[in-house]
Write a protein that binds this ligand. Structure first.
Ligand code: XUL
Ligand code: MN
Length: 344
């Protein structure tokens, strides 16, 4: 199967299986091995949280930070891989317990802004200009605990702070409506792009859409992607799958909802996503029940299903589609798509 799509994942997508209810069930895979696996599995880039690349970035001198990032870059380049993006991981630090950019504590907000600049330094040292903001704890567990208006203004200021620091970086907001918070700020791509339009440089703020996050918001991931694509703002995707409204499952792509997966691939094809040079990120997790050796199938299977669906989209009979649309016979279109997916 051939395709011009480029694939990526993050070190967190090869995982020991620990969850909130139990400890690790598989061995930790060393970073250098993950990089090798990335290439062996047919991927082209790795994604990073700032501290995936440089642990405790706020405790490093600028020279130490550059050295640590340069080492990671050499490992990547040794395998012919690129770094796709760096995302400041603000949600694991004790200061970020109640959010970082939107914390009520000014000391925490200063730390978050400073650490975000270090994330930009790391990104530049890794050779990427893309910063992803997954706003994990920027929300509330209890609505009365924050002033939502102020929180949105603080988020905007923090984004502007990053844009000012480096005139070349681009920021992609990865919206998610909940988990770990009860409700998160910027829950959908509509919210994210509305805020982008208010920043000091709207042309440098876009979005990254994750399948499961859109579904948790009760929305169709392909329509969320269409919204961003219509504005040239889809700068990344985190494809995965989700079986209904529960925790963020990060299932392998297409495994719970094949038709939904087909429609995400269809919209990426219609939007010319591959030609933008952006990556197809697979933010998938192995099922906790997988044994060590087989704990990579979620990645290889997701890539395989994505490529198979590209073929399905490209081989769907456009004449049938045009006829059904012209006749407004969507029952016929429904059957034609379903039979095509079933190979009938
Ligand atoms: C969380 C999530 C993160 C981001 C990167 O739900 O998707 O892994 O993609 O911070
Ligand atoms: Mn994600």
């Amino acid at each position: 199967m051939k395709s011009e799509y480029k694939f990526s994942f993050g070190p967190w997508n090869i995982h020991s299986g620990a969850d909130p209810f139990g400890p690790a069930v598989r061995k930790e895979v060393p970073f250098a091995r993950k990089v090798k696996l990335c290439r062996e599995l047919g991927f082209h880039a790795m994604q990073f949280h700032d501290d995936d690349a440089v642990p405790q970035p706020e405790n490093k001198t600028p020279a130490q930070l550059q050295r640590a990032a340069a080492k990671i870059r050499r490992i990547l380049e040794g395998e012919g891989l690129a770094a796709e993006f760096v995302a400041p991981r603000l949600w694991e630090h004790p200061l970020g317990i109640d959010g970082a950019y939107t914390s009520n504590d000014p000391k925490t907000r200063r730390w978050a802004n400073e650490r975000s600049l270090r994330a930009i330094d790391i990104a530049r040292a890794l050779g990427t200009k893309l910063i992803v903001l997954w706003l994990a704890r920027e929300g509330t567990y209890l609505r009365e605990s924050k002033n939502g208006i102020e929180s949105y203004q603080r988020l905007l200021e923090s984004i502007n702070h990053m844009l000012r620091y480096d005139p070349e970086i681009e920021i992609a907001v990865e919206p998610k409506p909940n988990e770990p918070t009860d409700h998160a700020y910027l829950p959908t791509i509509g919210h994210a792009l509305a805020m982008a339009s208010q920043t000091s440089d709207p042309s440098r703020v876009g979005g990254l859409i994750e399948t499961a996050h859109a579904m948790l918001a009760g929305l169709d991931p392909s329509d969320e992607m269409a919204f961003a694509l219509s504005m040239g703002k889809l700068w990344g995707v985190h494809l995965n799958d989700q079986n209904g409204l529960k925790f963020d499952e990060d299932k392998a792509f297409g495994m719970a909802n094949l038709r939904g997966a087909y429609n995400q691939v269809r919209i990426l094809e219609l939007g010319g996503y591959a030609a933008t040079g952006r990556y197809v990120g697979l933010d998938v997790k192995a099922l906790r029940t997988q044994k060590d050796k087989e704990a990579l199938r979620h990645l290889s299977n997701s890539r395989r299903i994505f490529l198979a669906l590209v073929e399905k989209v490209r081989t769907f009979d456009r004449k049938i589609e045009a006829q059904c649309v012209a006749r407004r016979d969507y029952e016929a279109l429904d059957l034609a798509v379903t039979e095509h997916l079933m190979g009938l």
